[in-house]
Design a protein around this ligand. Structure first.
Ligand SMILES: Nc1ncnc2c1ncn2[C@@H]1O[C@H](COP(=O)(O)OP(=O)(O)OP(=O)(O)O)[C@@H](O)[C@H]1O
Ligand SMILES: [Mg+2]
Length: 315
């Protein structure tokens, strides 16, 4: 069994005025030593999925397994081996030091004292935050707090780690430090990570595979390359040419790079002088926008209305 397996999970939220299907039948798995990116617009269901996997929330239907244990039936067998961290999280006790916060959580996780001390030291050095350990938590900057939160999340050396927008609001340096650290930590330990983010460059850099979730359903999944090729127009070219005395630029999106020759030929035939041609693959961000916001153009004719029909989902 894979460290994370999700099978046709749905989740219904009932409020006074409405019923919201936050998840409408989600399935995926995460391998050992893999960072799996869960990407999707606001309200797509990412946090709900992570809360189910961290056993904080029951699925309405379907099954989810972490390290071979059913999240509903055996949460206590999962707890020692998982941890999580979210961005913009207001965790930590403000009036005690960063160190005491970590000490408290280490004990809460039931780790031996010596082990807690050792791990705080090693992790703080790796995160370059040792000099702030004696500072009261509420005196730390957002990035410093998040480094401490990350140390907290790694204290029990989890086999499965859930990171829900872990770099939200961090500066370039803090965010890079966290990314680099997680990457090498996963490589060393073979742990499995689910990483959600709205920063596409981050997903591109970090994630071995990605699932794109929209309105509670995974609409595309695979490696970054596979996600890009789910979008028909995978190549982009910019052609700069002279139109009389003016310099003009045209952009073309293509499914096959050979189409570029045709576009250039047409421009030449129309009498324009080509100045420059440059071609690149579409970015993950462009593919994401295409899939999530313009899905009707790339899918197989199913309308968006049909996607939103939840009447078939058991309640
Ligand atoms: N406790 C709750 N009660 C009612 N509705 C909820 C609850 N939690 C989440 N929802 C709804 O479920 C849907 C999915 O929310 P979720 O927080 O999982 O989205 P998300 O993908 O994490 O979004 P974001 O990118 O904004 O964090 C949303 O429509 C949200 O309003
Ligand atoms: Mg969320």
């Amino acid at each position: 069994m894979e460290p994370i397996e999700v099978r046709d999970v749905t989740r219904l939220f009932r409020t006074k005025s409405e019923e919201i299907w936050a998840l409408k039948g989600v399935s995926f798995e995460v391998h050992e030593g893999e960072i799996y990116g869960l990407l999707g617009p606001n309200g797509a269901g990412k946090t709900t999925m992570i809360r189910i996997l961290s056993t904080l929330l029951y699925p309405t239907t379907g099954r989810a397994y972490v390290l071979g244990h059913d999240v509903v039936k055996e949460p206590e067998k999962i707890h020692p081996y998982i941890n999580s961290l979210s961005g913009g999280e207001n965790s930590g006790y403000g009036i005690v030091t960063a160190y005491d916060n970590l000490w408290f959580f280490g004990n809460l996780y039931g780790l031996p004292f010596g082990e807690v001390r050792k791990r705080i030291k090693i992790l703080a050095e790796a995160m370059e935050i040792t000099h702030k350990l004696k500072t009261k938590f509420n005196k730390l900057s957002t990035g410093e707090k998040q480094k401490i939160n990350l140390i907290r999340a790694l204290l029990n050396d989890p086999r499965v780690l859930f990171l829900d927008e872990p770099t939200l609001g961090l500066d370039i340096e803090a965010s890079r430090k966290i990314r680099e650290f997680i990457k090498s930590w996963v490589r060393e330990t073979g742990a499995s990570v689910i990483w959600t983010t709205h920063y596409m460059h981050e997903a591109e850099e970090m994630c071995d595979r990605i699932g794109i979730i929209k309105e509670g359903k995974i609409i595309a999944s695979g490696t970054v390359e596979e996600i890009k090729s789910a979008v028909k127009k995978i190549y982009k070219a910019r052609v700069k040419f002279m139109d009389g005395s003016r310099i003009e630029t045209k952009e073309f999106y293509m499914s096959d790079p050979v189409e570029l020759g045709n576009h250039v030929e047409t421009l030449v035939r129309e009498g324009f002088k080509i100045l420059d041609v440059d071609r690149e693959e579409v970015s993950l961000e462009e593919a994401f926008v295409e899939l999530v916001f313009k899905n009707s153009e790339t899918d197989d004719g199913q309308s968006d209305d049909k996607d939103q029909d939840v009447s078939h989902i058991p309640g």
